[in-house]
Unconditional design. Structure first.
Length: 409
């Protein structure tokens, strides 16, 4: 040691200003502990891909390479495979969207779609409106382009139109206009609520009047537990809405296939931005998805996913009612992966996490990660998609004990 303070990162002065918006996840280190088998993790939002017919998927993958290997292992068009884009139109039709294959851009997961949307619209200091709370991966994508996120209140029926109106009115007074409103209308991550059908047109009208685009992010739309799909915002307005879809939750997250549909001019910019990032989406993955959609009763597979997630949701809600202190409240998701918990007053979910993992042997995501402005200390997100129902019950029981103890401290 020469007595000087060691510099943690010698490159720190060379990074672009946009990296200042990138914050390392404070909970990442804890999650390496949460991966241990004795810890029940209700943290990550991973789909239960073991429910897929893996033999069939293996057969389809082999067939893709045997029949079309020279294309599947090659670069391809930046917009994505034409056959898959046509099949995607069939998927979107289930939510009332009418689109042609030329309207669709295939992406590397909808996360890449979030990145290119942010890339083409956001300059430093631009404002994005987002629900309160909002998807952590979208907040990360917007932060990379140094945007400011302004949160708009939600309730059990999703984004509150009156709150949106009020936020826009305030911003107009300040001479500002948001670049877009980002919403997850169905089975929200992390809030677990769904935007009421009766609010959808109203929100589109408010945005149209204020000349604000809507970005509709909808990876969970077909995972409603009663089997009915809500009519998408994009089905109600083609000019005002950019729609993001994904195969991560209805097929497999590891194949990284999502898509985006946008008004014509925007579409061209998105293709250029996408080509600059990845050249083209993954050919092999796209062909595999296309085979799966074309030759397998894929809606039956979605039903299997829905049914098993419903059983897990029930296990989670029953255990919350049985084991959590009375001043706790939580949402009751009608689909998707997540329950949003509001803790008894005075308990900080982030401060509680090390104890939950180390002594309680249960993990969750603290609420602050889902806000750009420091809210959410009293909230946490539970994800019930991956653990078996018995593990969910036990995990919630353990967490209930940690919360009860915390309340007495
Ligand atoms: N949007 C939301 C709301 C999500 O929950 C997720 C995945 N957790 C994504 C986008 C990203 O999904 P993909 O795997 O398609 O990149």
């Amino acid at each position: 040691m020469d007595g000087r303070t060691p510099r943690l990162d010698p490159y720190v002065e060379r990074y672009a200003a946009r990296t200042h918006g990138m914050t390392a996840s404070e909970i990442r280190a804890l999650f390496s502990v949460a991966d241990r088998p004795e810890v029940i993790s209700m943290g990550g939002g991973s789909p239960f891909v073991s429910a897929l017919p893996l033999d069939l998927v293996a057969e389809l993958a082999a067939k893709v390479i045997a029949d079309r290997g020279a294309q599947a292992l090659q670069y391809m068009s930046g917009q994505g495979d034409a056959r898959l884009r046509e099949l995607i139109c069939g998927v979107m039709a289930l939510e009332g969207i009418s689109a042609s294959p030329d309207d669709v851009i295939v992406t590397v997961g909808s996360q890449q779609a979030l990145d290119i949307v942010a890339r083409i619209f956001l300059d430093p200091g631009d404002v994005v409106l987002a629900e309160a709370p909002s998807y952590v991966g979208a907040l990360g994508a917007f932060a990379q382009y140094q945007a400011t996120v302004v949160h708009v209140a939600m309730d059990d029926d999703g984004l509150v139109p009156e709150a949106l109106r009020e936020t826009l009115r305030r911003m107009t007074e300040e001479g500002r206009r948001p670049k877009f409103l980002y919403v997850v209308p169905n089975f929200h991550n992390p809030a677990g609520v769904t935007l009421a059908d009766g609010r959808r047109d109203e929100i589109l009208e408010i945005c149209a009047a204020a000349d604000v685009l809507v970005v509709e992010d909808n990876p969970y739309g077909l995972l409603g537990f009663d089997g009915t799909a809500h009519r998408a915002l994009r089905a109600r307005s083609t000019d005002g809405v950019i729609y993001l879809g994904s195969f991560s939750k209805i097929f497999a997250s590891g194949i990284r296939v999502g898509w985006v549909v946008a008004p014509t001019g925007v579409k061209e910019k998105l293709i250029m931005a996408s080509e600059a990032t990845t050249l083209c989406p993954v050919a092999l993955s796209q062909f595999l998805v296309a085979e799966f959609l074309a030759h397998h009763p894929w809606q039956e597979q979605v039903r299997i996913f829905r049914d098993l997630y419903r059983v897990r949701r029930d296990a989670c809600l029953e255990a919350l009612a049985a084991h959590f202190p009375p001043e706790t409240s939580w949402t009751r998701p009608a689909g998707g992966f997540y329950v949003w918990v509001t803790l008894p007053p005075g308990i900080d979910a982030k401060a509680m996490l090390p104890r939950a993992i180390q002594q309680g042997r249960v993990a969750y995501v603290p609420g602050t990660g889902f806000y750009a402005d420091g809210q959410g200390a009293g909230n946490l997100r539970l994800s019930y998609s991956l653990p078996e129902p018995e593990r969910i019950r036990e995990g919630v029981r353990r967490l209930g004990a940690v919360v009860a103890e915390e309340r007495e401290l």
